[in-house]
Design a protein around this ligand. Structure first.
Ligand code: NAP
Ligand code: MG
Length: 484
């Protein structure tokens, strides 16, 4: 059997990213009507560095009155923002894109400090993609009638936007850029554990001269989110987060004037056929599940390997895992950073416990784990079956459930046997197999011979309990417009 020769006998020297260039306040207020203002609630909460347990800053906690103020400011701004020339709107959005680009390094470091993701990922993926989203939608702002020929596109009004902690700035970009390009105004709530880059974005928005009230950013826990959802003067709720909260939101807005898009959880099937390029597929498995510590809605968290090659694939996967470096998110060599919060770590550990109790065979990478911070080594569960909890439920951590299959129809049935329908990956050299799977897999995205590729021009979103609505591309504009 050809083992992967990764020659891991050397040690890497530390390669810490410098933090000299970052400016962080000790205390952050709410961004409402173009100003940073103290919360009427008078309450603040702490944001923590998940790799060290250190408190980074205090952040304002918005209550009902604060949310109401933000919605009023967005409503007032909508009157003029919805009427100004598209070219003018585009000008501001291009400016915001360029300003984030100028501060890309600062954003990347703050994203890694606040959320725990490796600096390589925040530097090379999160921040550049967030910038690209602003550039892409800036370009559409004055071309909406070409995007939807023979229709008269109109903005919806005030959008309430609620985002999770796994890609904080990127999710803010996915929400804000298309909404304001279409002439809407927004009230956005970042996740409690990762508000800092959204607040840095607020600083840029203020400096960009964007008219006051077009973007409002209110921070706080889930209760702040539910004040947004239940506010009577919001026209649209755009939510990205867990399926459970998504269901609650959908219930609360039923019967109101609000429209919604819900981007929810996933349990992606990554399918490796015997004719695949195996070494590339192994690289793809690692990227699919261990990227961002597995805190990825579209993670390839269910691996299906064709039985004839399962032994060699698993052998090579273990070899490849042995070269992964877990540790300081700010070190440029790090592959696996910190788990975002203590709460998420205990959710993951509980799934690992259940996996063992249900008889899964566990394999974990041996790593030196710091006493401080939240860490989970890359984990495999071998010999699991469809009914195992680790193969059914979203773990949202670096835990991969591995199953085998013999035929294409069997794997399609197994892959579709999930309440979710967000993403899948297919590894084969046969185009015909790729087309069969893209047609028959009930998921919003299918990657072929690659995984976790994102681009602002291409729509993203799910079926079944993964939610509805699309973000990215023309579809992403559609979600913020009505047609007369
Ligand atoms: P979550 O617990 O559902 O939280 C998402 C956001 O909703 C956070 O800002 C949260 O605030 C807020 N929230 C909590 N309770 C709320 C309520 N009752 N009403 C309104 N808002 C409320 O999800 P998460 O743990 O942050 O994120 C992980 C989930 O997001 C995973 O299931 C993942 O698959 C999904 N996700 C989906 C996509 C996609 O595009 N489909 C992309 C990324 C992530 P706090 O954080 O302050 O509690
Ligand atoms: Mg934090």
């Amino acid at each position: 059997m050809n083992k992967l020769n990764l020659n891991t006998s050397w040690d890497y020297s530390d390669a810490p990213e410098s933090t000299n260039h970052i400016i962080l306040e000790k205390k952050y207020n709410l961004f409402i009507n173009g100003e940073f203002i103290e919360p009427k609630s008078k309450k603040y909460f702490e944001t923590i560095n998940p790799a060290t347990d250190e408190v980074i800053a205090e952040i304002a906690q918005a209550d009902k009155k604060d949310v109401d103020l933000a919605v009023k400011s967005a409503r007032k701004a909508f009157k003029s923002w919805s009427k100004i020339d598209g070219k003018e709107r585009g000008k501001y959005i291009f400016r915001i894109a360029r300003m984030i680009q100028e501060k890309a390094k600062e954003f990347a470091v703050i994203e890694s400090i606040d959320g725990g993701k490796p600096i390589r990922e925040s530097r090379d993926i999160d921040i550049p993609l967030a910038v690209n989203h602003f550039f892409y939608y800036a370009g559409w702002a004055d071309k909406l009638e070409y995007a939807f020929p023979n229709k008269v596109p109109q903005p919806l009004g005030v959008a309430g936007q609620i985002i999770p902690w796994n890609f904080p700035l990127l999710m803010a970009a996915w929400k804000i850029a298309p909404a304001i390009a279409c002439g809407n105004t927004v009230v956005l709530k970042p996740a409690e554990t990762t508000s800092l880059t959204a607040l840095k974005l607020a600083e840029i928005i203020k400096e960009s001269g964007l008219p006051q009230g077009v973007v409002n950013i209110v921070t706080g826990p889930g209760t702040t989110g539910s004040e947004i959802v239940n506010h009577s003067d919001i026209d649209k709720i755009a939510f990205t987060g867990s399926t459970n909260i998504g269901k609650l939101i959908q219930k609360s807005i039923t019967g109101t004037k609000k429209t919604s898009t819900l981007e929810l959880g996933g349990k992606g099937a990554n399918i490796i056929f015997e004719d695949a390029a195996i070494d590339q597929a192994v690289e793809g498995i690692v990227n699919a599940i261990f990227f961002n510590q597995g805190h990825v809605c579209c993670a390839g968290s269910r691996l299906f390997v064709q039985e004839s090659i399962s032994k060699i694939v698993i052998e090579k996967l273990k070899d490849r895992m042995s070269s992964l470096i877990l540790g300081d998110p700010l070190d440029k060599n790090t592959d696996i950073g910190a788990i975002n919060s203590k709460k998420q770590l205990s959710i993951i550990n509980n799934y690992i416990k259940i996996g063992k109790q249900e008889g899964g065979e566990i394999y974990q990478l041996k790593c030196n784990i710091s006493k401080k911070g939240n860490w989970c080594p890359p984990t495999l569960f071998l010999n699991v079956s469809q009914s195992h909890t680790v193969a059914q439920e979203e773990i949202f951590g670096p835990v991969l459930a591995i199953q085998t299959f013999r035929t294409i129809d069997e794997v399609i049935e197994k892959a579709n046997n999930s309440p979710f329908g967000l993403s899948a990956g297919v590894w084969t050299e046969r185009g015909a197999k790729i087309f069969k799977l893209t047609k028959e897999l009930n998921t919003g995205v299918v990657w072929a011979n690659t995984y976790n590729k994102f681009d602002p021009t291409s729509p993203f979103g799910g079926f079944k309990e993964s939610g509805f609505g699309r973000e990215g591309g023309l579809h992403g504009l559609r979600a913020y417009l009505k047609f007369e």
